[in-house]
Design a binder for this molecule. Structure first.
Ligand code: NAI
Ligand code: MG
Length: 491
């Protein structure tokens, strides 16, 4: 206890990133055919850290969505699909470089509108978003080599629906491969985080991307549903909740439209008794408190070998006390604001369920701001497999810790979930890493690290975490059709 108090004795001076680099409009239209279109309705987007209104944005209706799809179709048929691949690449390179040039502006806006710490939007979201455009720019004129003897051709118009946890990064994951493959797109950002997607339209203007190749329609789930059901969309790419993903799959069944789904997760982070504990603690913290735990591949289930449970949990609790929760624009902040009132309510409900079901809760003493949406970093111990907090995605800064005795038990518990997006393994032994990774039903397995991303590496799930891969060569495939192909590639 005295040690903890001593720690809190260090005070950080505030280190706020200036907001002045961002120029907000009072109201934004919909980006359709390279022009701003007046939306049928509007709503107010806020900063979740302060509840301060930031701007009015459009709630696109079916007619707006129809206009965006028509613009995308025209651009596809008119010139984009026939453009020399090296020319397509040129635009993608321009976009990548412009994102780098304007990185600070985008990072500040991302943190302002979404609540994530500036050090994360600055050091993770922006560099990775630019890297995705660079990476897929490189493939645009090499598709014949990427898929030899397959005669790859673009699909047409892609409808893309993205969530609020990595707004600009998910935009990059969706738009970069689609354009590299020669498609045009209509993208719908999440309702709580539309602003970086709208600022991205200015990057498209600077890059002189032909009109209609990228269209951005803001709005809530109704706008997404209109995009999904539009008859002239050839493919839907969705990232979000399993619930909505399932509804989209039902809706598209039998239509012949392509579909990829990247849904939720409940990843196991497995720590064996030979793991370096201090490093593992950093990995656990990064696994669940990065981006407030609003991460589909978050390491939300800690599986720790019984013999090291006590020392590991003690170290973890001590580390939690040093996390700085607060202003997303402060450069020292580790844990920012919860993205919305609705998400905060979901977290609170699941945490209450955890307590009711008998798990033991720990939260370090920390003062949360009065305004805005906040949740203290939380660890549950004494968690049973059957508890809701061990089964359901919380999507917040809440870790559920379970124990295991043997490697077999670790694998069995790790796989005992409806999801299968990611997992982590901490051990000194390479052979044990391989043994475990081979048995985990998860799209990505990290070894002695967690939440690392790279555009060259495919990402995607098993089971209720969805299907299809984003990133890498695999990420191009859902945006291509192959003439005269007998066998499906990948799988
Ligand atoms: P959501 O799935 O409702 O929202 C994701 C996107 O889908 C948003 O752009 C939304 O406007 C759109 N959408 C909503 N309903 C739609 C519909 N009927 N048709 C087409 N598009 C639709 O997710 P929500 O409600 O924001 O979060 C609920 C839970 O989902 C979270 O607590 C978390 O567990 C999970 N989630 C997982 C994400 C991931 O990265 N895999 C991202 C966001 C949420
Ligand atoms: Mg929803």
């Amino acid at each position: 206890m005295t040690e903890e108090l001593a720690f809190r004795g260090f005070e950080y001076a505030p280190a706020p990133e200036s907001r002045s680099i961002v120029r907000l409009e009072d109201a934004y239209g919909l980006f359709v055919g390279g022009r701003w279109r007046e939306p049928a309705e509007t709503y107010t987007t806020i900063s979740p850290a302060s509840e301060e209104p930031l701007a009015q944005v459009g709630q696109a209706g079916p007619e707006d969505v129809g206009a965006a799809v028509a613009a995308a179709r025209e651009a596809f048929a008119g010139q984009w699909s026939a453009l020399r691949p090296a020319e397509r690449a040129k635009y993608l390179y321009r976009i990548a470089r412009l994102l780098q040039e304007r990185a600070r502006e985008f990072a500040v806006l991302e943190s302002l509108n979404g609540g994530k710490p500036i050090k994360e939007s600055r050091d993770v979201d922006l560099p990775l978003a630019a890297a995705h455009f660079f990476y897929y720019a490189g493939w645009a004129d090499k598709l014949e080599y990427a898929f030899p003897n397959r005669r790859p051709r673009p699909i047409g118009v892609a409808g893309q629906i993205i969530p609020w946890n990595f707004p600009l990064l998910m935009l990059a994951w969706k738009i970069a491969p689609a354009l590299a493959a020669g498609n045009t797109v209509v993208l719908k950002p999440a309702e709580t985080t539309p602003l970086t997607a709208l600022l991205f339209c200015d990057v498209l203007r600077q890059a002189e991307l032909p009109r209609g190749v990228v269209n951005i329609v803001t709005g809530d789930g109704r706008t997404g549903a209109a995009l999904v059901s539009h008859p002239d969309v050839d493919k839907i790419a969705f990232t979000g909740s399993t619930e909505v993903g399932k509804a989209i799959q039902r809706e598209l069944a039998g239509t012949g439209k392509g579909l990829t789904l990247e849904l939720g997760g409940k990843a196991a982070n497995i720590v064996f008794d030979d793991a370096p504990l201090d490093q593992a603690v950093e990995g656990i913290v990064n696994g669940i408190f990065f981006n407030q735990g609003h991460v589909c591949c978050a390491g939300s289930r800690l599986l720790v070998q019984e013999s090291i449970q006590q020392p590991l949990i003690d170290k973890l609790k001590r580390r939690l006390g040093t996390l700085r929760v607060g202003d997303p624009l402060d450069k020292n902040t580790d844990v920012g604001a919860i993205n919305s009132a609705a998400q905060l309510q979901r977290i609170e409900e699941l945490v209450a369920a955890g307590e009711q079901e008998g798990a033991e809760i720990y939260q370090p003493p920390c003062r949360l701001p009065e305004q805005g949406y906040w949740f203290a970093p939380t660890v549950f111990t004494n968690v049973a497999q059957s508890h809701r907090i061990a089964q359901e995605e919380i999507f917040g800064p809440v870790l559920s810790a379970l124990t295991f005795r043997t490697p077999e038990e670790a694998v069995e518990k790790a796989n005992n979930t409806a999801y299968g997006l990611s997992a982590g393994v901490w051990t000194e032994k390479g052979s044990r890493i391989l043994w475990t990774a081979q048995r985990l039903r998860a799209g990505v397995v990290w070894a002695n690290t967690f939440n690392r991303f790279d555009p060259t590496s495919p990402f995607g799930g098993y089971k209720e975490s969805g299907f299809g891969r984003e990133g890498g060569l695999h990420g191009l495939e859902p945006y291509l059709r192959f003439d005269g192909d007998a066998t499906e590639w990948g799988g």
